[in-house]
Design a protein around this ligand. Sequence first.
Ligand SMILES: Cc1cc2nc3c(=O)[nH]c(=O)nc-3n(C[C@H](O)[C@H](O)[C@H](O)COP(=O)(O)O)c2cc1C
Length: 383
Amino acid sequence: MSQGEMTTSPSTTTLSTPPAPALPLHRRAARSLLESSWPLLKAGLFMLDAETAHHLTLRGLGTASRLGALKLLPEVAEAAPVTVAGLRFSNRVGLAAGLDKAGTCVDGFGAMGFGFVEIGTLTPRPQPGNPQPRLFRIVEREAIVNRMGFNNPGIAQGRTNAEASGRRQWKGVLGVNIGKNFDTSNTSAADDYVLGLHGAWEWADYVTVNLSSPNTKGLRDLQQDDSCRALLRILQGEQKALAQRHGRHVPVFIKISPDLEPAHLRSLARIFVEEKLEGVIATNTTLSRTHTEGLRHSGEGGGLSGAPLTERATALISDLARELDGALPIIGAGGIMDGHDAVEKLRAGAVLVQLYSGLIYRGPALVRECVEACAAAVREEKL
Ligand SMILES: Cc1cc2nc3c(=O)[nH]c(=O)nc-3n(C[C@H](O)[C@H](O)[C@H](O)COP(=O)(O)O)c2cc1C
């Protein structure tokens, strides 16, 4: 591919691509069938409890993928491709962590048009997560409350799953989100992240260090300045050793909470710049219940995501971008429910975006809508 390049920051490069060829009719028909059947599918799924619907959807996607049905879908053409932390992203839109925690549907989500898919959170050892029920919809506000607690099969099984679910066929960027086991104390947390980094190194394109889930006791304390700086230094030492051993560098990103106080965000941003962090994902779910008070399930413990998070996450990205001043890239997440929300994240300073709750409420058509909206904004506004 020709790479007429325009540098946007030290760590990101926007690449130009030739126009996409017209899609064959049967592939366009398959895509519109998938997208138009979503309202019906959603009505059925929303009659089930949220976690049952989640597992059913993933199982369906896995089966469609194994039967080869996803090959009918047209590949989403490149749209405003960009190089971030040395990785080439074919478009700006990714799947946020938590939906494919176990890595069983990588090519299924890839076929929806995501430029990157982040699996996990994976911990060193498998763990069941919190007791059910632990996942709730607040339909009136297009929101989700979850206190899943890192239910996952462990990093080794995550690798097996991701490789079996299409890692070798799908050409997008694969992120692996890592966390600590619930019974690992914060004083030993670095050991778990080191194990996660080692476990992901040979098959991940990037690794996200999750310090911001509200559902693992004490996890967010690792965002404290001293803990965060110490952890970053340990991980960078490991990155050097692993790169030497395997002849390949894997960038590390940190995922932060939307509930950081402004002064704390500023000090963290300084640490990220000083320690030469390679990217930051903003944001995870919030503990705030603004916009959902009084509604059914709003009082459930856990993190809130979806539409009520949109503005809070965008504002935080904007503040963060001001502090970082282009020193490292921001991947924006939190309440992206349509193309406009995705573009607002780019305008606030993100270079890539991720979706989760929007996909549940708006279906797979949201991916293409966001990809196209972001590409148009990048082109027209030189974002
Ligand atoms: C049910 C559920 C599970 C999640 N699990 C994880 C997780 O394991 N690791 C993580 O980093 N983020 C997790 N997230 C957070 C999302 O990746 C995302 O940052 C957040 O939901 C905000 O985006 P959204 O409003 O588009 O959903 C989860 C979110 C939901 C709704």
